[in-house]
Design a protein. Structure first.
Ligand SMILES: [Zn+2]
Ligand SMILES: [Zn+2]
Length: 366
């Protein structure tokens, strides 16, 4: 049996679709047939070549990390999910999108999401199916995997193992709690999810900033109590003042940067009340800097970076989705769907839409 794998051979150039023989499963391994794979901001950055920490291997790099699939085949002994439930061929499953080395000091501290050796798989390296833009995905023995509840549709499951995990962990890293004021910078897929998760965690008020009215309208559907159109409040000072006004003089407890603009750090820290936490998630491209007055951090303000999530969050996110399916339009997060063979149409369009800021998330469906 053979399957297709999308490979980045050269930055900013069309991807090449290669075919490989599906390897025989080791004991404990699981082969998934991919159903939907998300185009995440980091995939766009990698394609453009502005993530310098991960140079292209000579054979090219296998693309895609977000997505979900169904069980195609089970290696010997791999008959249970991580919660001990029976797995069968055809079951819909969500797995963690992190493939840690399991031997670096961060992995040994049970922080595989911060693994220092996170591999960026080279094309042609065993087991070949190491990215989600492919017909199959090979999960090595012991990889965390969870049965997906029947009631959650394919579109809703696709972003669970990157976008949803990342923002949920961001709020946890910030120490968000009931009664908080949470500010969300950016109403894309990450921002909409963060809004719903913050409300679910008991936030008293969520304030979402964006420049497009249709996205702000969507933010309201995801639970935003207030929205700020940055075209209307068109200076950092005006936006900071508006947040202090809306929070009735308390300032925000948590500000989440989900846009990828370095300047939002300075603005966000000023929106925080004393003891508040700024969470950096969106600004993943190295080399951008800001001028920050360290004295603004006195009075207990914190700045934390957050990357991916620990695997145990996945079943909690699936529970969160089930709990909120009736009230939040999660099916609207995925706005564009492309066939795998159209990956070279999908990327420029996701890019174009990102500039127009109308796309929330695009997916590839093999
Ligand atoms: Zn991602
Ligand atoms: Zn590691």
């Amino acid at each position: 049996m053979r399957g297709r794998v999308v490979v980045c051979k050269e930055h900013n150039q069309p991807f090449v679709i290669e075919e490989y023989e599906v390897p025989e499963l080791e004991p404990g391994a699981i082969l998934l047939r991919m159903v939907q794979s998300g185009i995440c901001g980091s995939d766009l950055h990698y394609w453009r070549g502005d993530q310098a920490q991960a140079p292209l291997p000579p054979t090219g790099r296998v693309m895609g990390h977000e997505g979900y699939g169904v069980v195609h085949s089970l290696g010997r002994g791999a008959d249970r999910d991580s919660l001990g439930r029976r797995l069968r061929e055809g079951d819909r499953v969500v797995y963690t999108a992190i493939f840690p080395c399991n031997r670096c000091h961060m992995c040994l501290k049970s922080m595989g999401n911060l693994c220092v050796n996170r591999p960026f798989p080279a094309a042609g390296d065993y087991p070949y199916f190491t990215g989600t833009y492919a017909d199959y995905l090979y999960l090595p023995p012991g990889h965390p995997i969870f049965l997906a509840p029947d009631g959650i549709s394919d579109e809703v499951l696709a972003p669970v193992n990157c976008a949803m995990g990342t923002v949920t962990q961001g709020l946890i890293s910030a120490g968000a709690e009931a009664g908080d004021w949470v500010v969300v910078q950016g109403a894309g897929g990450l921002g909409l999810t963060a809004t719903a998760v913050a409300k679910d965690m008991g936030a008293h008020g969520v304030i979402v900033l964006d420049r497009l009215e249709n996205r702000l309208e969507l933010a309201r559907e995801f639970g935003a109590d207030y929205v700020i159109n940055i075209n209307e409040y068109d200076t950092p000072e005006a936006r900071i003042e508006r947040v202090w006004e809306l929070t009735r003089g308390r300032g925000a407890d948590v500000v989440m940067e989900l846009v990828g603009l370095a300047d939002l750090l300075v603005e966000g820290v000023e929106m925080l009340g004393n003891g508040g936490t700024f969470v950096e998630i969106g600004d993943i491209v190295p080399g951008r800097t800001v001028a920050l007055d360290p004295s603004t951090l006195l009075k207990g303000k914190r700045i934390v970076g957050s990357l991916m999530y620990p695997a145990h969050l996945i079943p909690r996110i699936l529970d969160f989705l089930e709990r909120n399916l009736e009230t939040r339009p999660f099916h609207k997060i995925v706005s564009h769907k492309f066939k795998l063979e159209d990956v070279n149409k999908a990327f420029p369009q996701a890019e174009w839409n990102a500039r127009q800021t109308e796309v929330t998330r695009a997916v590839l469906a093999p």
